[in-house]
Design a protein around this ligand. Structure first.
Ligand code: NAD
Length: 257
């Protein structure tokens, strides 16, 4: 499987390069980062140096893995659509142009977008959905913690977790979601799902779904211990995805959840 890494110089990109470099079934053929990245021009695999031409890099591969920024996600997805290259996308905080580029990619090649590639988090989503359905009347809240370099809030995983709770409860997510509270907000409406983002230090990622009843409380938590967890999941997704039909896939498909 010929792999291109988008966002090669980033925290996640480095892990993807490390794990893919050690995998006998994966051939790293291209790596791309922002033109001003100090990594551009450095060698990351045999015969491969980091480039800043997203289209040429994606076109060289069977599948690309993208942990970058929304602008690069859009550029890589356009290239993937044009050259029919499968895309595994982990970038979060996507804007409308990136979302529409990914929709275009899914019409021409297999595409998998995941806010979180860990098996445990994807299982947590399933459990949260079931718990919200099984416990009507319990207040639903999500709290997430991440490192102080994270750009987007709440995290993509927290949003996905809150959406899973909404699905289990049969709520319209956009109506139910409440991103933090401030001032004289009044009593908590029953059909609200609060989402709170905490930032600090080097926390890799922690998510808890709270289901709070009158006499008891359930907390469903996941804590990531190492970023290689996400890179490993992304490569598992890439192996699964690269020979699929064009379309949009999820980690639940990959993991059979
Ligand atoms: P990072 O800031 O360390 O890395 C981002 C990289 O993208 C940088 O090297 C940056 O130079 C590069 N970049 C910027 N503009 C670019 C361009 N035009 N073309 C190519 N590359 C460009 O961030 P990170 O911690 O590696 O996270 C990256 C993204 O992945 C974030 O959105 C983060 O939330 C997300 N993430 C997702 C998961 C998951 O499981 N889905 C896990 C961790 C992080």
């Amino acid at each position: 499987m010929k792999l291109c890494v988008v966002g090669a110089g980033g925290r996640m990109g480095q892990y993807v390069l490390e794990l893919a470099g050690a995998a006998p079934d994966i051939d790293i053929v291209a790596a791309v980062d922002h033109p001003e990245s100090p990594l551009v021009g450095t060698q990351v695999a045999a015969g491969v140096t980091v480039d800043s031409d997203v289209e040429a890099a994606v076109a060289a591969a069977d599948v690309y893995v993208d942990f970058s920024v929304p602008a690069a996600t859009a550029a890589a997805a356009h290239a993937g659509a044009k050259h029919k290259v499968a895309g595994v996308v982990g970038t979060t905080g996507l804007d409308a142009p990136a979302e529409s580029a990914l929709a275009e990619l899914a019409r021409h090649a297999p595409m998998l977008l995941a806010a979180n590639f860990s098996l445990g988090v994807n299982l947590l989503m399933v459990l949260a959905e079931k718990a919200a359905a099984a416990l009507p009347g319990y207040d639903l809240e999500v709290v997430e913690l991440h490192h102080n370099k994270k750009r987007d809030a709440p995290s993509g995983t927290a949003i996905a977790l809150a959406k899973a709770l909404a699905a289990g409860r049969g709520l319209d997510y956009d109506h139910a979601r409440r991103y933090s509270r401030e001032g004289n907000v009044g009593e908590r409406p029953a059909d609200e799902i609060g989402v709170v983002a905490v930032r600090g230090g080097d926390v890799i990622g922690e998510h808890t779904a709270y289901l709070v009843g009158g006499t008891e409380r359930i907390e469903l938590s996941h804590r990531a211990a190492n970023r290689s967890l996400f890179a490993d999941g992304a490569l598992r997704a890439a192996r699964w995805l690269h020979d699929k039909q064009p379309g949009r896939y999820t980690m639940r498909d990959v993991l059979g959840l």
